[in-house]
Write a protein that binds this ligand. Sequence first.
Ligand code: HEM
Length: 174
Amino acid sequence: MSATLTATRTTTAKPWRLSGRARKLTLVLHLASVGSWLGLDVAMAVLVFTAMGTDDPGTKSLSFQALELVTIWPMTISGLACLVTGVLLAYGSKYGLTKYWWVVVKLGLNLLLSTLVLIALRPGVEEMAHQARQPGAVLNATDLIFPPIVSPTLLIVAVVLSVFKPWGRLRRKS
Ligand code: HEM
């Protein structure tokens, strides 16, 4: 009898949860990372579209050099901070990491965007900044038109998913 009770106790251990205060703090950090990530996307858009729209070589060159500073590492850090705090919020709450579609899709978007910054955006931005430092270089910004459109759009999709939490569970409650 007592052996049965012990077995029951060990198999129904409570899942780990963030305490109320820790959860609020993590949510604040999560929202701060989302805010900074979106802000960096806006800065990227301003710099890319300024570079595309101006005929002034000095402005073009400065825009590309500033783009290198604003994008790669600040964006990578914001993306990672968002990922870590998001995973903590999910894992430490009733939502879990793989229970709800909206969480899984956000996880996929976060991983996709953070990876794209390093493997797709970084080489182009570094190349443009390098060219912009050479006197008399002819610079063309059209190669960089997609990141400032795709990244904020997907981040807004993630914000909408966070607020509306659509599509329910991946599988039935066990
Ligand atoms: C892709 C970038 C992300 C953005 C833009 C984003 C955005 C947000 C926003 C705006 C909230 C606040 C929602 C509210 O309080 O109504 C939130 C909360 C949350 N996020 Fe994220 N998030 C992202 C990534 C992630 C990731 C990767 C995960 C986990 C795998 C995650 C899990 C959560 C959880 C569990 C909450 C708390 C929801 C609640 O308590 O209502 N997020 N997110």
